[in-house]
Design a binder for this molecule. Structure first.
Ligand code: G1P
Length: 291
């Protein structure tokens, strides 16, 4: 089975649900406790053995490119100041030279279009997609679960999780067969259905492994839900062509794409910090008590 080496990170979104915070700062660069949201997602991809990151960007996103580069002045200053721990940490966050590619989506035509923009860099091999709004916490990490499943079955894979029935219209919803060892064959996929039309309350949670033939489908894909070219619609046409599995994710998912989701992610990741978690818990309790 071909190894999954490359990942697509669609980071062109304008973050309108988090304005004004995202007016000049890319939403993916907003700090979630002590690091940008995107750092958690890149760490998850690296833990799954991903070696090359394709960022599908847009205007006002140059901070992402700078973040995944060396910061010579800063590093020299930390060295001079003897802050070797901080320096080491900073350096571990930078992928090796040549491991990041950046392509522009140019127009916000939808997630399917964003993924299609990465086609030339991905080439003819299976690849991962990680939606950076979603920070997913588990051991092993979500993408590592997907790459392990891909090594067993090949084909297309998505992570899915249960949400309350009334929330399904915000997501891609799956119709699946029986689960065996946390994995089930996908029978149908629909993007943002009405609650009464949804085949289940299992939704696509933002991690995918896709075979490269998706690119031909995306090239011809008509606009779907919300007038956008949907990745879900292209995936739906792949179901009968080769294995397509859903892997149920049982860890914690934080959606940083809305104000309250961002707040929850920030608090949760602070609480999970080994060095600051206990103090963070005290601060959060105090802050709530003072209201
Ligand atoms: C996208 C996908 C959807 C998925 C969701 C997860 O939607 O199109 O299938 O369930 O991410 O967050 P978006 O949140 O971009 O509207």
């Amino acid at each position: 089975m071909a190894k999954v080496r490359k990942a697509v990170l669609p980071v062109a979104g304008l973050g309108t649900r988090v304005l004004p915070a995202t007016k000049v700062t890319p939403k993916e660069m907003l700090p979630v406790f002590d690091r940008p949201a995107l750092q958690y997602v890149i760490d998850e991809a690296r833990a799954a053995g991903i070696e090359h990151f394709v960022f599908v960007t847009g205007r006002n996103k140059s901070a992402i490119e700078d973040y995944f580069d060396q910061a010579f002045e800063l590093e020299a200053m930390l060295e001079r100041a003897g802050k070797t721990e901080t320096l080491k940490e900073l350096q571990t966050h930078v992928p090796v030279a040549g491991a990041c590619s950046f392509v522009r989506q140019q127009s916000p035509l939808g997630l399917g279009h964003a993924v299609w923009c990465a086609r030339d860099i991905i080439g003819d091999e299976p690849f991962a997609v990680l939606l950076p709004d979603m920070i997913m916490v588990s051991d092993p990490p979500c993408m590592a679960q997907l790459t392990a499943a891909h090594a067993r079955t090949g084909g297309n894979l998505i992570s899915v999780e249960q949400v309350p029935r009334e929330d399904v219209s915000k997501y891609g919803v799956v119709d699946v067969g029986e689960f065996t060892d946390g994995q089930a064959p996908v029978r149908g996929l629909v993007e943002k259905p009405k609650v009464e039309d949804a085949p289940s309350n299992l939704v696509i949670s933002g991690r995918y492994i896709l075979e490269p033939e998706i690119f031909d489908l995306l090239e011809r894909q008509q606009a779907g839900a919300g007038g956008e070219i949907q990745l879900t619609d292209a995936m739906a046409t792949l179901i009968d062509t080769r294995p397509f599995h859903a892997v149920e994710f049982t860890g914690r998912t934080y959606d940083t794409g809305s104000k309250l989701g961002y707040l929850k992610a920030f608090m949760a990741l602070a609480l999970e910090s080994e060095s600051h978690g206990a103090d963070a818990a005290r601060l959060i309790r105090d802050a709530a008590r003072d209201l």
